[in-house]
Design a protein around this ligand. Structure first.
Ligand code: SDX
Length: 425
């Protein structure tokens, strides 16, 4: 039972309403407002700025300090010492795997990477220039058609099988989105390859030549996936949880997360950053665009800057900025004009009072696109990469929610429409 209490006095109400206050293992306390509906009032929090929608053990963010922990491990340490599949295991199971557990998990994922041949027909129906996120959203939702019947979401083993399938198949489907756009044959996953190496092979390999993936680019890709793996209750993860709370199947939930991630205010920002840098075009125009970003009458915002939670550097952006230099050096593109412009833009913005006052720093999307472009991934594929990396986070939150008592999510509203009126005549 909660030790702390909050008291809420409302004008016109006889006595204050007493509400329990809970403390987590770290982070802000929460006020349990569930009792308010019995008192005839709702809380009001558009955008859920001050709302904790659930309990979770998976990821903790301290936005003021720029801290990101997955099951307690700092993202900087995971990026340096772990890998994507080990982090997937950590997000799903709560602890780092032993060597034996890691090998078993990697093998499990490996043997789920192929997709049903019928899915190849899904892609044939899309126009060649379909946006890859439109295709990914559709085909992931379509996985429900292949696995819907043998899935009991109240059975933890069934949930973990769905988690393994969706983590394993996402890179295969992502690469198929790219290949369809290129008019090239789909490449089958290679069981002898690592996760990120396999993805780059399925993206850039062809049946006409032997596989040839740079180990440095594969490592950079793996770290990028890892850095995108989870991020607490962000918009797309909250969408997955809300969909999951109705009891629908996990593939439909993940498809809803993909749809939410696509927005430029969320995961679509990495694509929007490259479009922005290309639109700015030259370092001499940076000041003009900084001015537009500050102009309330101009809808332009500095893409890749700002964050609902981070009011400090996004620790992922710091790691990605470092990988940028490594990858571009490896590719002999250390003088990449886009990277040079991004660094100049970052410097100018961070010295500008408008950004300092509002605590607007580069977020995960600011530099990621520069690496992806250097690897040869087209801009419209950037958010597909983000979705591939975020899949373990989405499915870990879905699994966590269904592993504990939960209720269907059903927010209320502040109604400002007409009160009752009779139909004329
Ligand atoms: C992701 O939630 C997550 O964890 C998301 C994510 C994840 O891993 O899942 O981290 C991934 O989505 C990162 C964010 C990617 N989006 C962008 O880079 C798009 C550009 N950023 C903005 O749209 C904005 O910063 C948001 C959407 C990210 C955050 O918006 P908020 O929290 O609603 O903040 P706000 O709009 O209330 O802004 C506060 C002030 C406003 O000015 P004032 O009204 O106070 O004068 O800051 C300004 C905003 O106008 N502002 C910006 C700005 N971001 C905020 N001004 C110019 N450029 C920007 N980028």
């Amino acid at each position: 039972m909660s030790e702390k209490k909050a008291q809420l006095s409302i004008d016109g109400k006889d006595s204050p309403i007493e509400l329990p206050v809970y403390s987590g293992s770290t982070g802000p306390d929460v006020i349990d407002v569930r009792g308010l509906v019995a008192q005839g009032v709702f809380t009001y929090d558009p955008g859920f700025v001050s709302t904790a929608a659930c309990e979770s053990d998976i990821t903790y963010i301290d936005g003021g300090a720029g801290v990101l922990l997955h099951r307690g491990y700092p993202i900087e340490q995971l990026a340096e010492k772990s890998n994507f599949l080990e982090t997937c295991y950590l997000l799903l199971h709560g602890e780092l795997p032993s060597k034996q557990e890691a090998d078993k998990f990697e093998n499990t994922i490996r043997y789920h990477t192929m997709v049903d041949e019928a899915i190849h027909q899904f892609f044939r129906g899309f126009p060649r220039d379909a946006h890859p996120m439109a295709m990914l959203c559709a085909v992931v939702g379509g996985l429900s058609a292949f696995y819907h019947d043998d899935l009991d979401i109240d059975n933890a083993d069934h949930r973990l099988l769905a988690a393994h399938r969706v983590i394993a198949k996402m890179p295969t489907l992502a690469a198929m989105c790219f290949k369809h756009g290129m008019g090239q044959p789909f490449m089958y996953p290679q069981n002898k390859m690592g996760f990120a190496e396999n993805f780059l092979h399925m993206m850039f390999g062809t049946p006409c030549e032997e596989p040839n993936v740079s180990p440095i680019l594969a490592k950079a890709m793996d770290t990028l996936f890892l850095l995108h793996a989870d991020h607490e209750q962000n918009a797309s993860t909250s969408t997955v949880r809300l969909a999951g709370s109705t009891g629908t199947n996990p593939y439909a939930c993940i498809a809803s997360g993909i749809a939410a991630l696509w927005g430029p205010a969320h995961g679509g920002a990495n694509e929007a950053v490259l479009d922005m840098l290309n639109e700015i075009g030259d370092e001499s125009r940076i000041e003009e665009y900084i001015g537009r970003a500050k102009d309330k009458n101009d809808p332009f915002r500095l893409m890749g800057f700002g964050h609902r939670v981070y009011k400090n550097y996004d620790p992922r952006a710091t790691v990605i900025r470092g990988i940028c230099d490594e990858v571009l050096d490896e590719l002999g593109a250390e003088n990449d004009p886009l990277l040079r412009m991004a660094k100049k833009l970052e410097k100018i913005a961070l010295e500008d009072e408008y950004f300092i006052e509002r605590k607007l720093f580069p977020n995960v999307d600011f530099y990621s696109g520069i690496i992806l472009k250097a690897i040869g991934i087209p801009t419209e594929m950037f958010t597909v990469i983000f979705a591939t990396g975020r899949t373990p986070g989405w499915i870990a939150h879905w699994h966590e929610m269904l592993s504990n008592p939960y209720k269907i999510g059903r927010p209320r509203q502040l109604y400002k429409g007409h009160t009752k009126r009779d139909y004329p005549g």
